[in-house]
Design a protein. Structure first.
Length: 182
């Protein structure tokens, strides 16, 4: 088995799968947090909505300005990364430096930690919500979140995304996941 092909332009299906699972995860997370109504009243709806908004802002607005501008895809002619956010970064933010790309994993509130937190938060909060406010709908949402999280880390990131990324040789996550050698 040979090395994975590096994509200068990710196939549209990979981009759609990556972004669709991200958005669905955030929406299901918002619904899960809203499901704590019997515990928090209408505040739960506000928490759910704030979670969705903050997650989408973190991923689709802050990420291009903080991380994507330093990615090799943002400086690449006709390049298209797995999220497509290099296009946003190229148009809206000043060109960064690829040597700063690994900084995405530096510090407690770094972009990587915020991204991972936005995925884990509703899954972890969902456990007590389901236990204290059981319904089949909440259980289904929790299972959906767990499946989406598992699919992201077991299949999407290592098989559709990072293994084919031209930044994998400088990306801290690629090193942790062992996809640099693949």
């Amino acid at each position: 088995m040979g090395k994975a092909k590096l994509f200068k332009r990710y196939p549209v299906r990979n981009i759609v799968v990556y972004n669709a699972t991200t958005v669905v995860h955030f929406l299901c997370g918002g619904l899960m947090l809203s499901g704590a109504r019997s515990l928090m009243g209408t505040t739960a709806n506000v928490v759910g909505l704030l979670y969705v908004l903050m997650s989408l802002i973190e991923m689709y607005i802050l990420m291009p300005f903080q991380v994507c501008r330093n990615c090799v895809y943002s400086g690449m002619e006709n390049g298209l990364c797995i999220s497509g956010l290099n296009i946003v970064a190229r148009r809206l933010s000043p060109k960064g430096n690829t040597s700063d790309f690994p900084n995405r994993a530096q510090g407690l509130f770094c972009p990587n930690n915020l991204y991972i937190s936005s995925l884990l938060f509703p899954v972890l909060c969902g456990i007590p919500i389901v236990i204290l406010n059981f319904s089949v709908t909440l259980l289904a949402l929790e299972l959906c979140l767990v499946i989406l999280l598992f699919a992201r880390f077991a299949f999407i990131i290592p098989k559709l995304a990072c293994v084919h990324c031209m930044s994998k040789f400088i990306c801290p996550q690629a090193g942790l996941m062992g996809v640099r050698e693949k």
